[in-house]
Design a protein around this ligand. Sequence first.
Ligand SMILES: C[C@H](CCC(=O)NCCS(=O)(=O)O)[C@H]1CC[C@H]2[C@@H]3CC[C@@H]4C[C@H](O)CC[C@]4(C)[C@H]3C[C@H](O)[C@]12C
Length: 325
Amino acid sequence: MCTSIIYTAGDKYFGRNLDLEVGFGQKVVITPHNMPLEFREMPRLEHHYAIIGISIVRDNYPLYFDGINEKGVGMAGLNFDGPAHYFPAQKGKDNIAAFEIIPYILANAASVAEAKKLLANANITNANFSDKLPASPLHWLIADKTGASVTVESTIKGLNVYDNPVGALTNNPEFPRQLVNLSNYRSISPATPKNTIAPELNLPVYSRGFGSHFLPGGMDSESRFVKVTFTKMHAPAGNSEVENITNYFHILQSVEQQKGLDEVAPDTFEYTIYSDGSNLSKGIFYYKTYDNSQINAVDMHKEDLESTELITYPVQNEQVINQQN
Ligand SMILES: C[C@H](CCC(=O)NCCS(=O)(=O)O)[C@H]1CC[C@H]2[C@@H]3CC[C@@H]4C[C@H](O)CC[C@]4(C)[C@H]3C[C@H](O)[C@]12C
């Protein structure tokens, strides 16, 4: 399971939690303008927008989990096991393999509107990257620095690009059902609710926070979708970059999966391996990991974006305690 959001606080911040039981050896990877990008069925791109995000690199190809580009577009792939369905390549379509979709969109689109145009004639194919890395069942959140966002889902019915009024995505079920489910939580509020169940009874307000008494808190994707929507929609904007990115991580951590709570196999637990977020206007990529609470940053504009080679940074995983005495 995973959660991805866009948060507005003057600038826009986009990223995700990656929830899984094992890492893949992922790194922070920058794909500069002149690093050629090959696609199975689409023309090779010699020059394109620069990308920064979390990725593994195989055969010099960046297999992005999530990332942003220099134009302020962000995209994240989240598990969508069950509903996800990809197709063989089709004549007359823009055939893009599931593992290519993030590089393809971020290399070519300067906005969500442009991403929608690129997807208008797209067919997401079931091509495997390799025998060891078969196509994984994903759906995607795309957002940009204007605050626009869409959900992209390829199911047996075909490719759907849904406007995403929430600016959040988790996992199953299909996105329209997640939105319908939100209606069940219309009454969730930061404010103390009125006693409407039995106004003639004296029902004391024995605690603060009553407005969120019925807010779901489970690890499952419906609960996380409701909880992160509530948290995000009421999150204040800060007055500085540091305040904003701090708020941003608090929103994502509202749906963090702590170790030991989500058993996916006997004695194996899924947890939030990393959380990341980028300032979509400034091209700064921030992340934390489960083991390292420190916020780390990589600024794409401090690198040579004219380069022809991938630039990688290891994920910093060590917890450094600020010893005060
Ligand atoms: C597993 C992750 C989703 C996290 C999640 O939701 N976990 C819940 C599991 S559960 O639902 O709770 O059981 C997803 C998110 C992005 C994915 C990579 C995308 C690039 C590449 C695509 C290739 O085709 C296959 C290999 C590849 C490296 C992918 C591996 C894996 O699929 C990644 C990491």
